[in-house]
Design a protein around this ligand. Structure first.
Ligand code: ADP
Ligand code: MG
Ligand code: ZN
Length: 483
């Protein structure tokens, strides 16, 4: 039997507000000394009272509007009760049946199709503290003891829940990427996956192709990279397929992605809503969001990735494929536009960004705004190619060096004496030398072996350390060989 994967994602995003969700503590605590950004409210001390952070509500509404959701006029916080050492109050203030945003969608472009992924809800809650298990692997099972840091406790956290509309690991990755780009454009979160400000849980089940019913799902937690999301889902789909093929049933459970081992492992059996004993938070009043306030927020929305993509296609004449990649993060889009402002050929900028630049970024595991190459570097390099100072091939080695050192291309060219040789006489002299030194190859070429020419071109390039203008080398060689 053929199976189809059904995937729904739950994405948690830490908002980049100044202060925490229900107290005045700074929310910018990543990397700080543990337990130095806390107060009686976020430590859950008896008698302390929460106050709602208006900016966090505004950011959540912004997210909802950007995801085509309806913004609730009446909304409410609930207590979600559970006991875990990372949660000082032993309950989390979250939202239950009256979230701030409901019923939106995101269009996700993949290689083959555009998938509309429904957004079930977007709600606001508070983050928990952070546990560090002291053991070689960092796993709780092997730990002698654990340390707790409450700096993160109480940071505003938005949860975005999708409908089970996603059909493959690739689509799940593309969705998360698109969502991240939208959030970056909104400037409501720094979306740093490694630091945990954007975290993804994936729910996945299988069903026979053609069936409309949903199968039993598992939920995979702890994926903090796009690679992990794709890897964990691919693994889980194969695991479930094997179970179903044996005629057994998948157990509904929560699993953990083990990034090092490339496997998912069972974490716990699934808890249900009633286990949490949700009830309306008695220390907070219900929120009434006025229509005017929501409209005020709507007009502050920036240009979002879909609109930006169309603009890139229309204004710069880029193919859709290029435009989709260039809006995949705000920083990529900004980099491109900055180049396109000072360089006339936008498609060439795009080619270099998707080619060399992306290749080096991937290899170094860096984001575009974390590397040494700036739009000024790239534009200067392209201009050096245009005026014949360097060949396309030399430009690639200049690129490599500027990526590593951050030196401007002009400086690199000067330091290395990398100027292209375009002088006919000079190249002709070397061509002559190469022809004389390789009589048998010349013979091959004259007897019809076209490929022999490539070898001779290579020899000229070698003798000039790659600096000879390649077109000129070809022309002069053919002249010399009487081709
Ligand atoms: P739970 O009560 O287990 O948290 P929810 O109904 O809240 O489940 O859904 C959580 C996420 O799981 C959503 O993203 C939803 O789209 C997805 N989901 C629900 N049922 C399935 C299923 N059978 N297969 C895959 N994903 C599912
Ligand atoms: Mg759920
Ligand atoms: Zn506090």
């Amino acid at each position: 039997m053929e199976y189809e994967a059904v995937i729904g994602l739950e994405i948690h995003v830490e908002l980049s507000t100044e202060s925490k969700m229900f107290c005045g503590c700074s929310a910018r605590t990543f990397g700080e000394e543990p337990n130095t950004f806390t107060c009686p409210v976020c430590l859950g001390l008896p008698g302390s009272l929460p106050v709602i952070n208006k900016k966090a509500v505004e950011y959540t509404a912004k997210i909802g509007l950007a995801l085509n959701c309806e913004i609730a006029r009446s909304t409410l916080f609930h207590r979600k009760n559970y006991f875990y050492p990372d949660m000082p109050k032993d309950y989390q203030i979250s939202q239950y049946d009256l979230p701030i945003c409901i019923g939106g969608y995101v269009d996700v472009e993949t290689k083959d199709l555009t998938r509309r992924v429904g957004i079930t809800r977007v709600h606001l809650e508070e983050d928990t503290g952070k546990l560090t298990h002291i053991s070689r692997t960092g796993r709780i099972g092997e730990a002698d003891y654990s340390l707790v840091d409450f700096n993160r406790a109480g940071i505003p956290l938005v949860e975005i829940v999708t409908e089970p509309d996603i059909r493959s690991p690739e689509e799940a990755k593309a969705f998360t990427q698109k969502l991240k780009s939208i959030l970056e454009h909104l400037e409501v979160s720094d979306c740093n996956m490694e630091e945990g400000s954007l975290r993804c849980d994936a729910n996945v089940s299988l069903r026979p192709v053609g069936s409309e019913e949903l199968g039993v799902k598992t939920e995979v937690k702890n994926m903090n990279s796009f690679r992990a999301i794709q890897g964990a889902l691919a693994y889980e789909i194969e695991r479930q397929k094997a179970i179903l093929k044996r005629g057994e049933v998948v157990e509904q459970e929560t699993r953990h992605w083990d990034d090092a081992g490339n496997v998912t492992v069972p974490l716990r059996t699934k808890e249900y809503a009633h286990d949490y004993r949700y009830f309306p938070e008695p220390d907070l009043v219900p929120m009434e969001l006025s229509k005017d306030w929501i409209e005020e927020i709507r007009v502050t929305l920036p240009e979002l990735p879909d609109v930006r993509r169309k603009r890139f296609e229309e204004v710069y004449g880029l193919p859709t494929h290029d435009a989709v990649l260039l809006i995949s993060s705000k920083a990529m889009g900004d980099f491109f536009e900055e180049c396109a402002e000072t360089y006339p050929d936008a498609k060439r900028v795009s080619n270099w960004m998707m080619g060399e630049l992306s290749m080096y970024l991937n290899a170094a595991n860096l984001e575009i705004d974390e590397c040494a190459v700036t739009p000024r570097h790239l534009v200067q390099l392209l201009k050096l190619i245009d005026d014949g100072t360097v060949s396309g091939k030399m430009a690639k080695s200049v690129f490599e060096e500027m990526f590593e050192t951050g030196k401007l291309p002009k400086v690199i060219v000067e330091e290395k004496g990398l100027v292209q040789i375009t002088d006919r006489e000079e190249i002709a002299r070397i061509v002559e030398m190469v022809v004389e030194e390789n009589p048998s190859v010349v013979e091959d070429y004259r007897s019809g072996k076209e490929r022999a020419l490539g070898f001779l071109v290579g020899q000229v390039m070698r003798l000039t350390q790659g600096r000879a203008n390649p077109q000129l080398v070809n022309v002069l060689l053919k002249e010399k060989l009487g081709g």
